[in-house]
Design a protein around this ligand. Structure first.
Ligand code: ZN
Length: 212
């Protein structure tokens, strides 16, 4: 694993972050990079947070349908505990869901000479920094911020959250279990976050369980 192979100009360990809104192809890009590392016969481990079971357990899946086997972890500490000594490349998908300790863990992995590829949402549905992603972006050697396409045709940098077809309220919890929600990529001007008073808390209305 030399700088020639990656083209970034680093040797030893380093951190790469792939970020952007939903539908911007982050997982697809992570899969692409991991696939190349596997072809180059490097020892790779792929992790993702256990909360993300949209497509399949034990797999990193892109919206385009490509999958990669992954180990589900509930915390950054568990990720470190599951690390094999001989692993050269560590990939982490949906890193925004991991606890704050992920920063120290990722730094430690890079300091030990490993290549660390981290993918995750930079912003939550409110358009605010998501979990430890801002700090990971700051500490990374390389950051790739991807965009999706907004319904207006512009590049989308944000994730629009819709609950029962309506824009989510600022005070809605980040994770809703059981609510009929959907997401769309939006540009800055098309992104809507409801604020202020509303008729009733939607999650109580719907009887959905609040998980975070
Ligand atoms: Zn737009």
């Amino acid at each position: 694993m030399g700088p020639m192979l990656l083209g970034h100009g680093f040797s030893g360990g380093w951190i790469e972050v792939i970020t952007g809104p939903m539908f911007s192809g982050k997982s697809e890009e992570l899969i692409r990079r991991v696939t190349r590392a596997v072809i180059a016969q490097q020892k790779v481990q792929v992790f993702k947070h256990a909360i993300d079971d949209r497509y399949a357990k034990l797999a990193v899946a892109s919206h385009a349908g490509r999958t990669l086997e992954a180990e589900l972890v509930a915390s950054a500490g568990e990720l470190l505990a599951r690390l094999n000594k001989e692993t050269q490349v560590v990939a982490v998908d949906e890193a925004q869901f991991l606890d704050a300790e992920v920063v120290a863990v990722v730094e430690r992995l890079a300091d030990s000479g490993r290549r660390v590829i981290v993918a995750g949402l930079d912003m939550d549905f409110r358009g605010e920094p998501f979990g430890a992603m801002p700090e990971l972006i700051t500490r990374a050697e390389v950051v790739e911020k991807l965009t999706a396409i907004c319904r207006c045709g512009q590049a989308a940098t944000r994730t629009q959250r819709l609950i029962h077809g309506r824009p989510a309220h600022y005070d809605d919890p980040t994770v809703f279990v059981g609510a009929a929600e959907s997401y769309e990529p939006r540009c800055r001007s098309c992104h809507v976050v409801l604020r202020g008073l509303r008729e009733a808390p939607l999650f109580l209305e719907q009887g959905a369980e609040v998980r975070g």
